[in-house]
Design a protein. Structure first.
Length: 420
């Protein structure tokens, strides 16, 4: 099949969005591109939008715009089974999403001895479900059942906020006042998220917001100087604080926060790239691109990937295998498995393939210890470390169900800590 130009692909995608220029382009496209090809391009664009907008971000207001991709794809090719499947998924997304939320909420509601964080998560799930279908019978019953627990939780958050505000009034340094303002704000934001109808929480929240807004601005303003001095961890701390507070300010500072994250991770990736530490540079440039798709970052990612592969695989098979052994010894199992996969496609010699298989077996045998470390990190509430460890395990062995279960729990706990 002829390679599709970017201009043609963009023009086809424009049809979905209903752009005014689409009709002008369509005459050319009808002659230049077969309908099944148009259908595939629109379907691929729709799948990407479905995954990013609905699955990752949960933006339910965009369901109809996502469905439009697949409706248009089916107009070009009514036999496009993939487009039909995703149209069904998009059409049912709200109902499926609601049932997933209610399932999680039911599990928490039935749990004996819930922690404060778990009760907060339960209340937030109920509120989220109400934005989808406030009249759902199961939701209404659940909302009634948790009323007492919700009231107690909100009162506890209000007490924490008032205590922080009282201390803030007596604080003598700006740093202490800022810390206490953030503490109060976070408790009030949680109270309001758990029960948006609580007037006291809303009132106190509005009083603290101006101070918190100033803290966000100050945190973001500090970032450039920290990047100039290569103080990347300190810069991330400032941005994390701004991001967390911005999410509770209705996303008012999301754009500058994303820009700050991009600047941070691009600079950090460049730092490791210049030091030829490609293993460290790779996740940093990936983080930069998750914040902002930029040609400079895309180009750097490509350079890092090429040089990292060359470095890890070594100048020959034996050097690559030695790198694998070193990684296994350090417990870096996922990178080791990746190098083995690369080495395996470069040889057909049975002796070498046997050596590769022997190391794959060693890696899989080491998963139990890696799992134990991931669980230990989870139990120590070091959820970021637990997520990294468990994610590697599931990447190596997707059937490792215990690791997958703990990974899901660790991610949920991390979201709670972030206030989401």
């Amino acid at each position: 099949m002829r390679k599709m130009s970017a201009a043609i692909a963009a023009a086809i995608a424009a049809l979905v969005l209903g752009l005014s220029c689409a009709s002008t382009q369509l005459a050319f496209l009808d002659k230049a591109v077969p309908d099944p090809v148009k259908s595939k391009i629109v379907t691929d664009a729709g799948i990407a939008a479905y995954n990013e907008t609905l699955v990752q971000k949960g933006e339910l207001s965009q369901v109809e715009s996502i469905k439009a991709y697949f409706i248009n794809a089916l107009r070009f090719d009514p036999g496009n089974a993939t487009a039909q499947r995703y149209l069904t998924l998009a059409s049912n997304f709200k109902a499926t999403y609601l049932q997933d939320i209610l399932k999680k909420a039911r599990a928490l509601a039935k749990k004996d001895g819930r922690t404060e964080d778990e009760t907060y998560r339960l209340c937030v799930l109920v509120q989220e479900a109400s934005t989808i279908d406030a009249k759902d019978p199961e939701l209404l019953k659940l909302d009634k059942d948790i009323a007492t627990a919700r009231d107690a939780l909100v009162n506890a958050y209000l007490a924490k906020a008032n205590l922080a505000l009282d201390k803030r009034a007596k604080a003598t340094t700006d740093a202490s006042k800022e810390t206490l303002a953030v503490t109060a704000f976070q408790s009030l934001a949680k109270a309001s998220a758990a029960d948006p109808s609580n007037a006291k929480a809303r009132s106190l929240l509005s009083q603290v917001k101006p101070d918190v807004t100033a803290i966000v601005q100050k945190s973001l303003k500090a970032v450039p100087a920290l990047l100039d001095s290569a103080s990347y961890t300190k810069a991330r701390t400032q941005i994390d604080l701004a991001a967390n507070l911005s999410s509770k300010l209705g996303g008012s500072y999301d754009a500058p926060v994303n820009k700050a994250y991009y600047d941070l991770y691009f600079a950090w990736a460049s730092y490791f790239y210049n030091k030829k530490d490609y293993a460290q540079a790779e996740p940093k440039i990936a983080a930069a691109l998750s914040a902002q798709k930029d040609p400079a970052a895309l180009a750097l990612r490509q350079k890092i990937a090429v040089l990292k592969d060359q470095s890890e695989q070594g100048a020959n098979f034996e050097e690559g295998l030695a790198n694998v052994d070193s990684l296994i010894k350090r417990g870096s199992l996922a990178p080791a498995m990746r190098i083995l996969s690369a080495l395996a496609v470069k040889t057909t010699e049975k002796a070498k393939l046997d050596q590769i298989e022997e190391r794959r077996t060693r890696i899989k045998n080491a998963l139990a210890d890696a799992y134990a470390k991931g669980v230990a990190a989870y139990q120590a509430e070091k959820f970021d470390i637990a997520i990294d460890a468990l994610d590697d395990i599931v990447g190596i062995d997707p059937g490792y169900q215990q690791a997958a279960d703990y990974l899901e729990k660790a991610r949920a706990k991390q979201q709670i800590l972030l206030g989401n």
